[in-house]
Design a protein around this ligand. Structure first.
Ligand SMILES: Cc1ncc(COP(=O)(O)O)c(C=O)c1O
Length: 438
């Protein structure tokens, strides 16, 4: 990018950042206070933004309101977990019912957990399912089952894949805080030849893959890639684990349903808990038998809150009565139309939007080429200043988008707000045409 364009972006960025600071004094003060008890004032890394994060006071419907009293339309959607919004009456009723009539922490099995399990099995084609407290745990336990089943240890994963707080893969290697640092084979996403070679290697228990890399920037797999992984795994006797933590909302039966895949195991989380902490793993009965306590060969799968009454009621109510198969298909359609409009709005610029259905991400590509299909986040370098500038400007327009560009739509967002966002993107493109146009 030419020097004068870079200077222009820098100047616009400085101006937008100054406005952000001026607009959010209370958030800044809360952040400064928070640094006295939390490292960097933060207990969830993804939510830290420079110079300080905007602090939210409340949320209702499809909106969130900051401590500085600005109300935003929520396009962050709690990184897909807030699909139901912030006060869906069906979910609130389910939670209130538990508080008033059922009780919390009963320390026993309940009939509700089998009801919820049955619903999940039917919806996502699982023979057996187990609940956890997070998507991270779901993946950890799925890999434990795969290892027990195969008697092997290694796991094939993909660069820029994210499967949880201790299961991240960037720069071609496991993150420094990952579990089992020596057991991973990290392969380029959407590279089927490399994936097949890795799956056929010695000592491989499982291949763990996202149908769309969510955290990695909503990079969608090609049809051939995931289907090829499924075939290669079946041939090599390797357990194929599809991470559906983010993608289970795409279509009535998740990403696997959309592509006609039949993974050995799938992992879940996010909205499926009705907005409460949740995870699940499920699939083939013979592999899930790893957790059957009646068998002497089984392994323990514990977790105080695995079957807690709040999540089993709220999760069930959401799936049964709100995100019905028809609602899931319709919402995916709404998201796809919205994504197409965004892609249209940024044509001929260095911005691109990738994603699937109601989950997507903006990219500000360094270099003078228009990028339409991104096969791997390794293939693009992002202009972080432009990304920031976009974030500042969308906040200014009243949209709660993530700093990294990730967007997860909330079910009840009115069409008028989706339209307004497309307008805001068009305005952004027009305002910075000289630095964005190719
Ligand atoms: C694909 C994927 N897998 C697993 C996880 C981890 O889920 P949790 O944050 O509930 O531990 C995430 C979280 O963002 C995710 O996107």
């Amino acid at each position: 990018m030419a020097q004068d364009l870079s200077r222009k972006i820098s100047a616009a960025h400085d101006e937008a950042k100054a406005l952000y600071v001026a607009r959010n004094p209370k958030s800044q003060a809360i952040h400064e206070e928070a640094t006295r008890s939390l490292p960097g004032g933060n207990t969830r890394t993804v939510l830290y933004t420079d110079p300080f994060p905007i602090c939210m006071k409340s949320a209702k419907g499809y909106q969130v309101t900051s401590e500085d009293d600005k109300t935003y339309t929520d396009f962050t959607g709690e990184f897909t977990a807030a699909l139901y919004g912030h006060s869906n009456p069906v979910i609130l009723d389910a939670i209130n019912n538990v508080l008033q009539n059922v009780g919390m922490n009963v320390g026993a099995t309940t009939s509700q957990e089998q009801l919820f399990a049955k619903e999940l099995c039917q919806r996502f084609g699982l023979e057996r399912v187990r609940f956890t407290n997070s998507g991270t745990e779901a993946n950890l336990h799925a890999l434990a089952a795969a290892r027990l089943f195969t008697g092997k240890r290694k796991v094939v994963v993909f660069n820029r894949g994210y499967h949880g707080g201790v299961l991240g893969f960037k720069g071609g290697k496991p993150a420094p805080n990952n579990v089992d640092p020596n057991d991973w084979i990290v392969v380029k996403y959407n590279d089927l030849d490399a994936a097949t070679r890795a799956i056929e290697g010695e000592g491989v228990a499982a291949v763990l893959v996202e149908g769309m890399q969510g955290n990695g920037g909503c990079i969608v797999s090609t049809e051939a890639f995931v289907a090829g992984i499924q075939n290669a795994a079946a041939k090599a006797g390797v357990v194929f684990v599809l991470d559906e933590v983010m993608t289970s909302r795409i279509s009535r039966s998740g990403f696997a349903g959309l592509r006609g895949l039949q993974p050995d195991l799938k992992t879940f989380g996010k909205y499926l808990g009705g907005g409460l902490a949740f995870g699940a793993l499920g699939g083939r009965a013979d592999i899930m038998a790893a957790f059957d306590p009646r068998l002497s060969t089984s392994i323990s799968h514990s977790g105080t809150f695995n079957n807690n009454t709040l999540v089993t009621h709220a999760g069930y109510a959401g799936l049964k009565h709100v995100y019905t198969p028809e609602a899931a298909d319709n919402f995916t359609e709404t998201g796809s139309r919205f994504l197409l409009r965004l892609q249209e709005a940024v044509k001929g610029t260095r911005i691109t939007f990738t994603g699937l259905g109601s989950v997507m991400c903006s990219h500000f590509v360094e270099g003078d080429v228009e990028v339409k299909d991104v096969a791997s986040a390794d293939d693009i370098r992002e202009n972080e200043l432009l990304k920031d500038l976009f974030w500042f400007e969308m906040l200014e327009q009243g949209f709660w988008v993530t700093r990294r560009g990730f967007i997860a739509l909330v079910l009840e967002t009115p069409q008028s707000e989706l339209d307004r966002f497309v307008d805001a993107v068009q305005t952004f493109v027009a305002k910075y045409r000289d630095v964005l146009a190719l």
